[in-house]
Design a protein around this ligand. Structure first.
Ligand code: HEM
Length: 131
């Protein structure tokens, strides 16, 4: 069945995948995203996605979403951005964030795709250091 296949693909994806509702509350998270941020599924479902990021974004993320809904002008949707995430233990790590708007059975959700950049940024820092 097709949806079982899609579920298996998401469960086994290397990149983290998180979906949130129109208010920013986490509706689903795959194992890769749980591993990256150091949380279990139960610890994040229903909570605000802002728990996964440092300040100042943590304090402003609700407004980022609200502004997009008000104006229709995207800052990450359709382009992506390199941002910092915050793990459960407080550690920050860089990742490439992609966000899609998904209209699904009469409502809007957002799907976030998280590609860890820790190794790339470490290598980049070394090169810059010795240059
Ligand atoms: C907007 C940061 C995770 C959904 C933004 C903006 C930033 C940001 C900086 C735009 C600010 C602006 O220029 O106006 C972060 C950080 C994250 C994170 C640091 C680390 C965990 C997520 C995830 C999702 C998401 C996982 C979806 C599942 C959105 C949406 C918007 C947004 C819907 C508004 C649309 C847009 O501006 O394109 N976020 N975000 N964010 N983010 Fe996040």
């Amino acid at each position: 069945e097709k949806s079982a296949l899609l579920f298996a693909i998401i469960e086994n994806a290397i990149d983290g995948i998180i979906t949130i509702d129109e208010r920013g509350l986490i509706e689903s998270i795959n194992p890769a995203a749980c591993a990256l941020f150091g949380y279990s599924i139960e610890e994040v479902i229903g909570r605000n996605v802002s728990m996964l990021m440092p300040r100042p974004d943590k304090d402003q993320h609700d407004e980022y979403i609200a502004r997009y809904q008000r104006t229709g002008s995207p800052h990450i949707i359709g382009t992506g951005r390199d941002v910092n995430g915050q793990k459960k233990d407080g550690t920050l790590f860089p990742f490439r964030l992609g966000v899609n708007e998904v209209k699904y059975s009469g409502r809007t959700i957002y799907a976030g795709f998280i590609h860890d950049l820790s190794r790339e940024k470490e290598a980049e820092a070394k090169i810059l250091h010795y240059a």
